[in-house]
Design a protein around this ligand. Structure first.
Ligand SMILES: Cc1cc2nc3c(=O)[nH]c(=O)nc-3n(C[C@H](O)[C@H](O)[C@H](O)COP(=O)(O)OP(=O)(O)OC[C@H]3O[C@@H](n4cnc5c(N)ncnc54)[C@H](O)[C@@H]3O)c2cc1C
Length: 433
């Protein structure tokens, strides 16, 4: 028995079998072997989810050996990629083809199949989450057979499996609708939250991608505005030394020291946050989209993130701010706010709803529970839908109320995995038996 741990360190599992598949046939063999041994199967991507989706005491199946672009449809700007392809491999590969994903989150360590399975998203009211770009999937089902779904065939399976929580089968290939490669002009600066909030909806619609990082116990927010520019427009990319200084030294090393201090002396957090917020610098540059979206995150944390209807975001932030004022809770990490347009993927947090996303984080050496409990109580009043990969406590009865196609998803699950080969305790909580 080996043990498995997620990136955040808050989920540990002891699978009785661990397999690394390097082909679709090896995936099918593994699933059949699990069936013979009566083991449940959970697939691991890069382990960047904070919820126990991957945890299993049965078979843990890694798909990291399934990596690379295997097909390009030049006319439709579509690519087929192996499921375990990490985004940091996919993005430069797409660039070489003159293509890009329409939107990305803020890191690139996830596999494409792991990213879509939980509804990973970036920001932009005219953009959608990564799973909305999925136009086809190849799945290995519980009996080891293969099912192809796409926008042309088995459409209901596609609508369910694009954000599938690993509960329908093992994805071996993903087809993605890309866009021509594009560049972004990034403008980052610190502003007063109280000035920004009254115009945050307009700001979100004015810019292609708006991303806010508000430091608890302060009125300061780091505002990132990214807008699409043409090939020769905008300022130059960040000099390599500046990128290293910002991302490696300040965002990671110095921030780690700040967080260790916070863990040792929690009462200092409000003062430290005010000092951190005061030194937030401004910067402006343009670069390839994926280089602007993604940065490196080395300071470990755990996170909870909820999608709320976009016009609820001001109320959610006001209530969160009142809670911080009341409790002086030691939270050194900023609260992140993003926006996303609606899509039609059944279990997407943005299913038929324009959302604001509010994410709270806690340093991994500090207790996240008071923050997460208070946050969950606040967003519950605003029809909050939890990010499937980030800490939450919702169960099937509440999730059914939040997702109009919840029972349709369950019907597809009944058809594809009647014996619940791909269910663990957490998935059972989420979807029911
Ligand atoms: C530092 C950090 C930054 C993050 N930033 C963002 C962000 O900007 N936006 C955002 O929305 N989220 C973000 N996340 C969350 C992250 O994108 C999701 O949790 C994502 O699902 C992780 O992908 P993974 O490859 O690590 O998958 P894992 O966490 O390993 O797995 C996730 C799910 O996918 C399933 N799965 C994986 N591969 C397959 C397959 N081939 N077939 C079937 N099921 C499969 C697993 O069983 C599991 O259910 C961040 C997380 C971290 C730790």
């Amino acid at each position: 028995m080996t043990s498995w741990r997620n990136w955040g360190g808050n989920v540990v599992a002891s699978p009785v079998q661990v397999r690394h598949a390097t082909s679709a046939e090896a995936v099918a063999d593994a699933v059949r072997a699990a069936a013979r041994a009566g083991l449940g199967v959970r697939v691991a991507g890069s382990g960047h989810s904070f919820t126990p989706l991957v945890a299993t005491d049965g078979m843990l199946l890694h798909v990291d050996g399934l990596s690379g672009v295997v097909g390009v449809d030049r006319e439709r700007n579509r690519v087929r990629v192996l499921a375990g392809t990490p985004l940091h491999v996919l993005n430069p590969a797409l660039q070489r083809l003159g293509l890009a994903l329409p939107n990305l989150g803020d890191i690139d360590r996830q596999t494409i199949s792991g990213a879509i399975a939980t509804g990973t998203h970036g920001t932009g009211t005219r953009r959608q989450g990564i799973a909305a770009a999925v136009t086809g999937l190849t799945l290995v089902l519980a009996d080891g057979s293969t099912l192809e779904c796409s926008t042309e065939r088995e459409q209901e399976v596609l609508a369910a499996a694009a954000v599938g929580l690993g509960a329908l089968g093992v994805v071996t290939e993903v087809e993605l609708a890309c866009v021509p490669a594009y560049r972004l002009h990034a403008k980052e600066c610190s502003e007063a939250l109280s000035d920004l909030l009254p115009r945050v909806q307009t700001e979100a619609d004015t810019h292609d991608h708006l991303d806010l990082h508000w430091f608890p116990h302060t009125d300061r927010v780091l505002v990132k505005r990214n807008d699409v520019v043409g090939p020769r427009q905008g300022p130059p990319p960040l000099a390599p030394w500046r990128a290293r200084l910002d991302d490696d030294l300040l965002a990671n090393r110095v921030f780690e020291v700040i967080n260790r201090g916070a863990a040792a002396l929690p009462a200092s957090v409000p003062v430290v946050n005010r000092a951190t917020a005061r030194v937030l610098g401004a910067r402006e540059f343009a670069d390839d989209s994926w280089k602007v979206f993604c940065s490196s995150r080395k300071v470990r944390f755990v996170e909870s993130e909820y999608a709320v209807p976009r016009h609820a975001v001001e109320a959610v932030l006001a209530e969160l701010r009142a809670w911080f004022d009341r409790t002086r809770a030691p939270v050194p990490f900023p609260v992140e706010v993003r926006f996303i347009g609606a899509d039609d993927v059944w279990l997407s947090t943005a299913y038929e709803r324009e959302n604001a996303y509010v994410a709270v984080h806690q340093y991994h050496r500090m207790d996240p529970r008071p923050l997460f409990e208070a946050f969950e109580a606040i967003v519950a009043e605003h029809a909050g839908r939890p990010h499937w990969g980030k800490v939450h406590t919702l169960r099937a009865d509440r999730l059914r109320e939040l997702y109009p196609r919840f029972d349709d998803f369950r019907a597809v699950r009944d058809r594809l995995d009647p014996g619940r080969r791909f269910t663990n305790a957490h998935v059972r909580h989420l979807l029911g038996d």
